[in-house]
Design a protein around this ligand. Structure first.
Ligand SMILES: [Zn+2]
Length: 448
């Protein structure tokens, strides 16, 4: 298979920066501490939190706040002196919350939120935090039976084949990371067999995928009676529904291990072999707070403080997701607290002109690098007909609209008719949840 040299270079670069010996060593450390007594993990978390506060003091917003004395309970101190913040604060006061006056230095990688609930947010990251991120993933994969040296298949939106390409290969082998990147955008009934065969021939242990993509592949595998079996499927980035989980587990003869995270990297929870979501206390400090920013044992907002990004620490950063603590110990023996998530995101399944399912996570690609947008909703209103509803901010103009449409053609699918509709407001569901991907075409029912 022919791969442009630039792709090899990218894979090599990723490998050097992320999955290097240092990340593997950190992962081994994380695994060795999982079952430590809770008090010891808490003490470790306190040390990481103190270091984070010290680096936050370099940001204008935190420069004047008092650092905790050595004898203070650092968690109580932060609760008392540091405010809860959220995305609008960072967007409105960039100079206060970003390092270097909000100008990214070339050696700081940047993470971007998807922009599904407003203007996308950029977060600067340290190289060290990117390596730590990989270590936390490797630790989690170990829960799913993955060991260094095992091969992976990846179905998570990586752009590995031109969106207009009609014939295989719809994948690229990353020899440095020992993983097969598959094109989520080319996953349909017609191409599924070639993809399944390719995964099989690469002797893959673990599939990492968006739940909706793993589900489509699993449905196709069952219909084709394909013999592919895996050790585990790791899902994330979208809610995984019970029906999707059942199909994936049945088709590939293995368990689904799901994780919860977000672009801001303020919390990471992952499923153990008992199905519980464990919040990783070495990743961040997580609080669950009510509407008044007070701790609650009921469902509340997830509020997190990063512990490894000393370039741009986020302190007590609240996101729209809701969760509650699960009391007691897990039979797996890990000392990490358990959490029950109540996803605020509701996503329907949309289809293109050929009635091929398009993953909600792929749709987020069209919403990246956009500005002047308060909120968006993508709805299917007819066969292959989608409407992008935009609640614009003052500066939103035709150029933004054109860029949005171009993003859909380049990053989502050339096989959809997309129209942009500007709106004052997008109504919530009766349940109070916001559905950012909505299926409103009555004909869609025929495909399930
Ligand atoms: Zn557990």
């Amino acid at each position: 298979m022919l791969i442009p040299a630039s792709k090899h270079a990218l894979f090599l670069f990723r490998q050097l920066v992320r999955r290097n010996p240092y990340a593997l060593q950190q992962a081994r450390g994380l695994i060795s501490r999982e079952r430590m007594p809770s008090a010891q993990l808490r003490a470790r978390q306190a040390r990481l939190l103190r270091a984070t506060l010290a680096s936050a003091a370099r940001l204008p917003r935190y420069a004047a706040l008092p650092l905790p004395p050595a004898e203070a309970d650092v968690f109580a101190w932060v609760r008392q002196h540091y405010p809860v913040i959220s995305k609008p604060d960072l967007l409105a006061e960039r100079a206060a919350y970003y390092p270097h006056g909000g100008q990214r230095r070339p050696w700081w990688p940047s993470g971007k939120t998807s922009g599904t609930s407003g203007s996308p947010l950029e977060v600067f990251r340290s190289i060290a935090s990117v390596i730590w991120e990989e270590a936390f993933q490797i630790q989690f994969w170990s829960w799913a039976g993955f060991r260094p040296g095992h091969r992976q298949a990846v179905l998570r939106g990586d752009e590995v084949a031109d969106i207009r390409q009609q014939r295989p290969p719809f994948w690229r082998w990353d020899r440095f990371g020992r993983q097969l990147f598959l094109s989520t955008r080319h996953l349909n009934q017609q191409n599924a067999r070639a993809m399944l065969d390719q995964i099989g021939s690469c002797d893959v242990a673990l599939l990492r995928a968006y739940p909706s993509s793993a589900y489509e592949l699993a449905r196709a595998a069952e219909q084709l009676n394909h013999p592919l079996r895996l050790r585990a499927v790791v899902t994330g980035s979208e809610p995984v529904y019970a029906s999707q989980r059942e199909q994936i587990e049945r088709s590939f003869g293995c368990r689904v291990f799901d994780f919860y995270g977000m672009a801001e990297r303020i919390a990471f929870a992952a499923q153990c072999e008992h199905g519980a979501y464990h919040v990783n206390p070495e990743y961040s400090w997580v609080e669950i707070l009510d509407e008044q920013d007070q701790p609650t044992d009921d469902f509340g907002f997830v509020v997190g403080t990063t512990l490894h990004n000393h370039v741009m620490p986020l302190l007590r950063y609240r996101i729209a997701d809701r969760a509650r603590w699960v009391p007691g110990d897990c039979p797996c023996g890990r000392s990490y607290p358990r959490i029950e998530l109540s996803s605020g995101k509701v996503e329907d399944q949309l289809y293109d002109l050929d009635n091929v399912a398009v993953s909600a996570s792929i749709i987020t690609f069209a919403l990246k690098s956009l500005s002047n947008i308060k909120r968006t909703q993508v709805a299917q209103v007819g066969p292959g007909q989608w409407e992008v509803r935009v609640v614009p901010e003052a500066g939103f103009g035709m150029a933004d609209e054109q860029r949005l449409l171009q993003n859909f053609r380049d990053s989502v699918s050339p096989r959809v008719d997309v129209a942009v509709r500007r709106m004052e407001q997008i109504p919530l569901q009766a349940s109070g949840k916001f559905k950012w991907v909505a299926q409103e075409w009555s004909g869609a029912k025929a495909f399930r």
